[in-house]
Design a protein. Structure first.
Length: 151
């Protein structure tokens, strides 16, 4: 995930700040609280006003820790999560990048079955499945809207 983030920042001509890229432990694992406390503190000190977090659980944990330190979401800190498994149930509901997990599984199964039916003559296929951005309150969105994400 971090490598993809860095590639995207470069491809868009943006200036990245590796000092503001955080690799935190899974929410609830040993040492998570101290690591999660450091993120909103460092963001506040650097003037950062938005987070893109993988995944929903970690976004929930970071939002709770930010709130404990007096930061309001989305007024002080906008949050976008990646996964959209429980993002809608957070408070406030998270804007999320929703990967097409079920469609990915279906396409993989279809391709595997087609390969088994014709193992010697079937050409290699490249498939791109784009995620959807679901806009909710955590980034200041007024309601729930969905749009495909493409580059």
């Amino acid at each position: 995930m971090l490598e993809g983030w860095r590639e995207t920042v470069v491809s868009l001509g943006l200036s990245g700040r590796e000092d503001l890229e955080f690799d935190v432990p899974a929410y609830g694992s040993p040492g998570w609280a101290d690591a999660y406390d450091a993120v909103p503190r460092r963001c506040h000190d650097a003037g950062v006003t938005a987070l893109f977090v993988h995944s929903d659980r970690e976004a929930i944990g970071l939002t709770e820790r930010a709130r404990d330190r007096g930061l309001a979401v989305p007024d002080d800190l906008a949050v976008v999560s990646y996964d959209d498994e429980v993002a809608a149930a957070s408070a406030p509901p998270f804007t999320a990048v929703r990967p097409p997990k079920h469609r990915l599984g279906s396409v993989a199964a279809e391709m595997a079955l087609a390969r088994m039916a014709d193992p010697t003559e079937r050409p290699v296929h490249r498939v791109q499945l784009w995620p959807t951005l679901v806009v909710r309150a955590s980034c200041g969105g007024a309601g729930t809207t969905s749009a495909p994400v493409g580059w």
